[in-house]
Design a protein around this ligand. Structure first.
Ligand code: GAL
Length: 818
């Protein structure tokens, strides 16, 4: 019998990659060596192929061993059996880029992804197959899931990309966090997960399969953990190494929501604690979040930016200090790989959540000192020496003597990003606009669509998710003396449309959007009806389909009704229910069908009297690409809601008019204590998203075209292109450390602040403290740093003098302008 303790996965000679990937309860073993693996999620369609090499290179420099991605079924198979692997969807090119950089890959095929991706990555046509229920023992579903999974595996095998073939992929994933939602599926769910395991195993990929958050994962599937902390996680099988597939580096943002921030100290703390407690594989979700281009944002209400407060920001810039502080942690952990994966483990509990873990091999020992107390520092005595471990932190001592790293002591610089005007334009604030109205006559006046039904139908079923837009239209005839007719009439719609626009006889009577989390609401507005024929035209707009939950595929979208006309006269209220009327349906808008967003679109645009605050309006302008290589954004402040294109590339939905509520933000953010998604928010009372990423590869040297489709009404006159880069860098570091300052490949231009002693405040608002340096820190730093792209400074009394700070440790605070 083959021992489960060793699942040998592959054989290949002559490659720089693994020949054998296995696991033995302690760690993933590659080529016979147990590994400490650090990995990061980058989802290929959330950036462009031109960005991939740089993102992956930066990941490697950040100390990662592997890149993880989901595979997005709905993107690859938008229509049943018609596949798309072009451009941003070129999965194989992405995997080869990982390989070229010498990193490993983790392929989460799912094919359910979640990921705040539209419909969790499921194609909507799948839902529309008769008798379909997702993610359970349902033949139609299992057939399609198997078909897609097999196809992806075959493609990857053909390119020899599994480690078993000498390629980079060391792990594959089937399903995704099914354990979190499986209760309501009952026995059928349990059978389904066994089927998933067998189906995956039979594909013979030659590397282990993982199933995250699945504590009944059938052997040989590896059950792994997702969350903000996974140090307490125990896989369901003692032979499964302790693996963390999603360490959330921040959180996602929703329209109307605020900017989430997870502190660097807390991310580092969670990782160090995980390795202290026997972890062996940690994947950051996300390492680069990127952008939800086009209609890929899930939801409902996930924003176009998927920045996630990840170590690499939306545009691919280093998010400092997160990136650098984690890099240092990775280096320390890698240096201890042998003791961590082969050593005997012993622990000492000091009480009050303080503990030491010692890993020992014949060659030496490595130690972690952990302090889980949120309020007080811990004083630890260990082998005759005493150590202070700050509250909510872990200290790592690779030789059990010298502190090499503490999760709460950041020595990496903080980078403050700035946006700069587009210097390629003479007067960037005044783009020349032309416009045209969306042609809606057929729908508003005739109520004429493509199909009819005598009921209200879910938007997904009618439009197969070919568009955000679906018209629901009906006609109502009234006799002259119809009792409902009168002065006081309203149209009432029970709606699950994310956004709804209502028209009666061609007149816009109002629009409404759902409050976040309240996608079931009643729209009621005054409306004028006449005797004879009336046309009611309702435009339902989706803003990302549900991506999470048991049976989420059936969450209603569009107008589910009932819909009624209500007439009120002096003594009665008459309700006329229209739900079973003949409804006419039309998916999409004319301007989309006629591709008005295409640069070469022949349609007529007018430069005369460009309207402001006009709903259902197309705008177009040309602009010059900003000089240089810094990432480009377009500032859409002033606009309402819609879609934007640059040179025909859909850069995503925009909605700067959606202002987040004014409460719940914190000026100060305490890293101590468990993180949750409502902690440390910023951006209260501000547009949810004002800037939109325009990847450099969408731009060309000559004239570029920006097209906007504005649904709600807005003012494009402020729209302008900008670049984003590091504006200033700061550090605030104790003596006996080294600070490295860097303006990311641009010279440092000035030192704005420097003080050695006990300076106060934060980056941008530092102030001198009560003990002052003798030597002038600004002069010293100016000499060592200004004009250079990088400088390294010893924070020492030799250099800066020894101010008397009453025995307290001295710090150097510095702010440099880039
Ligand atoms: C997890 C899921 C991920 C992502 C994450 C939140 O539950 O597996 O795909 O949705 O939550 O960002």
């Amino acid at each position: 019998m083959v021992s489960l303790r060793f699942i040998l996965c592959c054989l290949l000679v002559g490659s720089s990659y693994a020949t054998i990937v296995s696991h033995d309860g302690r760690a993933i073993t590659i080529d016979g060596h147990r590994r400490v693996l650090l990995s990061g999620s980058i989802h290929y369609p959330r950036s462009t192929p031109e960005m991939w090499p740089d993102l992956i290179k930066k990941s490697k420099e950040g100390g990662l061993d592997a890149i993880e991605t989901y595979v997005f079924w709905n993107a690859h198979e938008p229509t049943r059996r018609q596949y798309d692997f072009s451009g941003k969807l070129d999965l194989i090119r992405f995997l080869k880029t990982i390989k070229d950089e010498g990193l490993y890959g983790v392929l989460r095929i799912g094919p359910y992804a979640c990921a705040e991706w539209n419909y969790g990555g499921f194609p909507v046509w799948l839902h529309n197959i008769p008798e379909m229920v997702f993610r359970t023992t349902n033949k139609a579903f299992m057939d399609e899931m198997q078909n897609f999974t097999t196809m992806i595996v075959d493609m990857v095998k053909k390119e020899k990309l599994f480690a078993s073939q000498g390629g980079p992929i060391i792990l594959a994933q089937i399903e995704n966090e099914y354990g979190n939602v499986m209760g309501p599926y009952g026995e059928a769910g349990k059978t389904y997960i066994k089927w998933c395991a067998n189906m995956a195993q039979a594909l013979n990929v030659g590397v282990p399969w993982i199933m995250c958050q699945q504590n009944d994962a059938p052997q040989p599937m590896l059950n792994t953990c997702n969350g903000f902390y996974c140090d307490n996680f125990k896989p369901n099988n003692p032979n499964t190494p302790k693996m963390w597939t999603e360490n959330w580096t921040g959180w996602f943002k929703q329209w109307g929501g605020k900017n989430p921030h997870r502190t660097t100290e807390d991310v580092a703390y969670s990782v160090a604690k995980f390795f202290q407690r026997g972890g062996t594989f940690n994947n950051y979700y996300m390492y680069h979040g990127g952008t939800n281009f086009d209609r890929t944002a899930g939801g409902p209400y996930i924003t176009t930016s998927y920045d996630y407060d990840a170590p690499l920001d939306e545009y691919g810039n280093l998010n400092q200090p997160k990136y650098g502080h984690l890099k240092k942690l990775h280096d320390v952990l890698h240096s201890m790989e042998k003791t961590l994966t082969y050593g005997n483990i012993s622990t000492i509990d000091f009480g009050k959540s303080a503990s030491a873990t010692i890993y020992t091999t014949g060659e030496g020992s490595s130690c972690f000192f952990g302090n889980g107390n949120e309020n007080s520092d811990a004083k630890i005595s260990f082998q005759g020496k005493s150590y202070v471990v700050p509250a909510w932190s872990v200290t790592i001592l690779p030789d059990c003597k010298t502190e090499a790293y503490n999760t709460a002591k950041i020595t990496t610089q903080t980078s403050m990003m700035v946006k700069k005007p587009n210097k390629a334009e003479d007067d960037p604030s005044t783009l020349k606009w032309s416009w045209r109205p969306e042609n809606m006559d057929d729908f508003l006046l005739k109520g004429k669509g493509e199909s009819t039904k005598t009921q209200l139908v879910d938007q997904k079923v009618v439009s197969n998710d070919q568009s955000d837009y679906l018209w629901y239209m009906t006609t109502v005839k009234f006799r002259k003396r119809d009792l409902v007719l009168g002065k006081n009439m309203t149209l009432r719609i029970n709606s699950t449309a994310h956004v709804l626009h209502a028209f009666v006889n061609g007149k816009h009577i109002g629009n409404q959007h759902a409050e976040n989390e309240k996608f079931h609401y009643v729209f009621e507005k005054d409306a004028k009806f006449k005797s004879g024929r009336n046309v009611i035209s309702l435009l339902s707009i989706t803003v990302g389909l549900q991506n999470y939950g048991s049976f989420f595929e059936s969450v209603p979208t569009g107008i589910t009704g009932p819909i009624s006309i209500i007439g009120r006269n002096s003594d009665e209220t008459i309700v006329k229910d229209l739900s079973a009327h003949k409804w006419s349906y039309k998916t999409g808008l004319n301007g989309f069908e006629n591709q008005l967003f295409r640069t070469e679109s022949p349609s007529k645009w007018s430069a005369e009297s460009v309207p402001l605050n006009r709903s259902m309006t197309w705008y177009k302008a040309t602009f010059k690409a900003p000089f240089g290589n810094d990432p480009v954004v377009v500032d859409l402040l002033g606009l309402g809601k819609g879609t934007a294109w640059v040179n025909g590339n859909n850069i995503g939905r925009y909605w700067p008019a959606f202002i987040s509520s004014g409460d719940g933000c914190s000026v100060k953010c305490n890293y101590r204590g468990a993180y949750h998604a409502e902690k440390c928010l910023t951006g209260c009372g501000e547009p949810t998203q004002r800037w939109y990423h325009v990847p450099r590869s969408f731009l060309n040297a000559g004239d570029n075209t920006l097209v906007l489709f504005e649904e709600m009404g807005g003012n494009p006159s402020l729209v302008n292109f900008q670049t984003t880069r590091v504006g200033s860098v700061c550090a605030n570091v104790y003596e006996k450390n080294v600070i490295e300052l860097s303006c990311d490949r641009k010279p440092i231009s000035a030192i704005k602040f420097a003080s050695f002693g006990n300076p106060d405040g934060n980056c941008g608002s530092f102030e001198k403290g009560t003990c002052e340096e003798i030597n002038n820190a600004v002069d010293i730093l100016t000499q060592e740093c200004v004009g250079k792209e990088k400088c390294s400074i010893d924070v020492s009394t030799e250099k800066f003098g020894a101010p008397d700070c009453g025995g307290a440790a001295r710090r150097l605070a510095v702010e440099a302008i880039c």
